[in-house]
Design a protein around this ligand. Sequence first.
Ligand code: FAD
Ligand code: ZN
Length: 229
Amino acid sequence: PGKKVLIVYAHQEPKSFNGSLLKIAVEELTKQGCSVTVSDLYAMQFEPRATRNDIVGHLHNSKEFNYGMETWEAYKRGDLSQDLVEEQKKVQEADLLIFQFPLFWFSMPAILKGWMDRVLVQGFAYDLSKSYDCGLLQNKLSLFSFTTGGTKEMYSNGGIGGDIRYVLWPMQHGIMHFCGVKVLEPHICYAPEHVSEEKRKEMLTAWTQRLKTLWKEEPINCSPEWYFK
Ligand code: FAD
Ligand code: ZN
């Protein structure tokens, strides 16, 4: 109770399976006494492109544009665009970040990748020599909750897609761990479009059940071995 949760949600349709997973998380966590904030990226028409527009006012080097350098400098000056300032405030306040999305091309939808690209600015999320266990977003947890088109068999070791953990490496280790955020076990709903209505209900119940004991969970040991052993 009293924990703060930010759910970053990337689906266009509230009636979708992802929409149902979002609704469940908001309801269950609120019931527990958590304060829940949702960034509904499509509804917000969140800008996914990392451009010059993310810096308000003058540039550090107007002769040759360098996005990483300019956003780092703008962060220090307090000159990042308002949409980024707002997302960073939500991240700063959160104890837990939940990412809810459908798997797109073995990765996250572009709008969510754009959120990562633009919000997790140097100086805010990481810095020179402040990465991985020393990243700037310490004492936070993250959880990747996503759906797939492919079945569990396809994403098992020996399956056509390879172990699902391979796709988690860039997201969990390359982004969250890099920024110092601890990682809970992912929550994966396989092929909601291709299973029975009954199976879909079971998957939704399993998510509710998991959320009930979420705060007792230990983070994974987010190291290369977890992904590629
Ligand atoms: P939906 O189609 O919204 O939901 C499935 C069914 O559940 C629907 O019939 C819906 O009505 C029903 N439903 C919703 N709520 C409830 C409820 N409360 N109770 C019961 N039923 C409910 N897949 C891969 O595996 N790998 C990839 O690399 C990949 N790349 C993709 C790239 C793109 C560009 C796209 C568009 C898709 C890709 N996919 C891939 C497939 C994608 O991951 C799936 O289509 C998606 O995960 C399905 O989730 P959804 O929420 O959109 O399902
Ligand atoms: Zn890691």
